[in-house]
Write a new protein. Sequence first.
Length: 68
Amino acid sequence: MSGTLIVWKAPLVDDADAARALLDDFYETGDDSAFEASPDVARFYDEIVALDPVDDWDEGRDEDETPT
């Protein structure tokens, strides 16, 4: 099973269309400046990785990428 989980704390959005617009811009440009850095997101990442260590992920993933 594979998938992508994208998590951000801010900016808050009111609906799926607003979230989709943020993600579309990110996918088109690679610019993540619309998303505010949060230690809560980094902590969430650490907790997820503790449950399923990066070393166990499928090959081809960028295990050096850590959220801010």
